[in-house]
Design a protein around this ligand. Structure first.
Ligand code: OOG
Ligand code: NI
Length: 457
């Protein structure tokens, strides 16, 4: 009997394989992992309560592991292929991110596990962007890039056969898992040889650095990985202290007592040596694409909370110095309007919560049971636990792109997103992230309702 590897452990192995590959390819990424390990150990040492709650959730062993990575593809069929691979790994497209307005000619989705059990087993996600060549002005260059992209084959024949096997059989057999993973990882490895000559590369680069990054190479190299850090301000300071060329500021909300959404920063992309084909010989040049990022996640916000977040962010950024010199102070000031107390956030329905029975609730006698959530909370039979944000933020993502593309001042494209185009490429609709959080919250309430109904019966 040939058994299947579970989807969750396959995804875990894939993430670990990606991490090993990237650490070998980008040694500075290893340094970033050291910083993260050190900061996390220090935070846990100084905060026994946090240590205990992470231990309760079985989180300690994988604390420093990668939470996401990012790739960029050139055509609809490449995106469709990645969607098939990620589905085998239990990752589905969640959310639509339009980055054109921020001057980045791509639109994106995040492939990630969607249910709570899978997220807990391995939350690894891949932020996946599709190049929008239609936004490139020069028709000759556009056609040239299209031709290169149409010709390239990002998966090996063997890889495709293994993928088809997995789809046909409904899983990856144990004795094929290693080869399957090796073939899939190979899609995302770095190629230090370009597939276009240096002239073409330069033209692509001049149109937009992303065109060169996607169309001048054999495959969609992983461009960064992102572990979880417990104190992102400390990690940013440590990068600077070690003389690492860090991003100017942390993207997302400011430091708060109650962390919301997602904060991220990175070391800037490295300039790497590339050889370009030139007739029978090669020419040397460089390309700048790969970096290392860190993230700190907080609670998921409701549409109402998200609207308030967007408004605060907008206020902070209006009139900001382009290099972000005054970023942190402006951000802190603008976010004074955003409640920073969990009970305020809950009562004003700004964030999502999971409602769970407490020890006291479990022990409670049925006699005095109230019938509504406020009764249960007041009696401390039920506790509200914030739901962690598992997605991305378009303005932050654009900021990460821009600081690694080295063109901070670029104007936005005069274009609207085209979710339908991305969905057509995927062959399905992207999942609405708000619905996922809402469902987790609602389910937790249903479980409580039936518990208390049974107690009253
Ligand atoms: C993706 C940038 C976005 C994030 O964490 O927001 C991203 C890219 O550079 O390809 O990864
Ligand atoms: Ni990222």
């Amino acid at each position: 009997m040939n058994r299947f590897v579970t989807t969750d452990s396959l995804r875990g192995l894939f993430a670990a394989g990606m991490s090993d590959m990237y650490r070998q390819e980008v040694p500075l990424y290893g340094t970033l992992l050291d910083i993260v390990a050190h900061v996390n150990a220090t935070v846990l040492h100084n905060d026994p309560a946090l240590r205990q709650s992470l231990a309760d959730m079985d989180e300690c062993a994988r604390l420093d592991l990668e939470r996401h990575g990012a790739v960029r593809v050139g055509t609809a069929s490449e995106l469709a292929l990645l969607a098939r691979i990620f589905a085998v790994l239990g990752m589905y497209p969640v959310g639509y991110y339009d980055l054109a307005a921020a001057g980045v000619p791509v639109h994106s989705t995040a492939f990630r596990p969607v249910d709570e059990v899978a997220l807990r087993a391995c939350p690894f996600r891949i932020f996946t962007s599709l190049l929008r060549l239609e936004l490139i002005e020069d028709p000759v260059l556009r056609a040239q890039a299209q031709k290169v992209l149409q010709r390239r084959q990002i998966i090996s024949e063997r890889g495709l056969a293994l993928l088809e096997n997995a789809e046909r059989n409904g899983g990856v057999a144990e004795d094929e898992a290693q080869e399957f993973l090796a073939e899939m990882l190979a899609i995302f490895r770095w190629h230090s040889q370009a597939i276009v000559d240096i002239e073409t590369y330069r033209k692509m680069h001049a149109a937009h650095r992303l065109v060169a990054d996607v169309a001048a190479f054999q495959g969609p190299h992983i461009n960064h990985l992102t572990p979880r850090v417990l104190d992102i301000d400390a990690a940013q300071a440590e990068m600077v202290r070690r003389g690492i060329d860090a991003k100017d500021y942390i993207e997302g909300p400011p430091h708060r007592r109650e962390a919301i959404l997602l904060r991220q920063t990175s070391f800037k992309a490295l300039e790497e040596v590339i050889s370009f084909p030139d007739g029978a010989t090669i020419q040397r040049g460089t390309h700048t694409a790969r970096f290392g990022e860190i993230e700190q996640r907080g609670m998921a916000l409701t549409p109402k909370g998200r609207a308030l977040y967007d408004a605060c962010l907008h206020k902070a950024r209006a009139g900001e110095h382009p290099a972000g010199h005054d970023h942190d102070a402006r951000l802190r000031k603008a976010f004074r309007d955003f409640p920073d107390d969990p009970e305020d956030l809950r009562q004003q329905q700004l964030a999502y919560f999971r409602y769970v029975l407490t020890q006291k609730g479990k022990a409670a006698a049925h006699a005095a049971t109230g019938t509504t959530l406020p009764d249960w909370l007041a009696a401390r039979w039920v506790q509200a636990i914030p739901i962690t944000y598992e997605d991305f933020l378009p303005i932050s993502a654009a900021g990460i792109f821009r600081s690694n593309l080295g063109d901070g001042s670029r104007q936005g494209y005069d274009s609207h997103g085209s979710r339908a185009v991305l969905e057509a490429a995927l062959g399905r609709k992207v999942i609405d992230p708000f619905e996922l959080y809402e469902t987790i919250q609602e389910k937790s309430l249903e479980v409580l309702a039936s518990h208390f109904a049974a107690m009253r019966a």
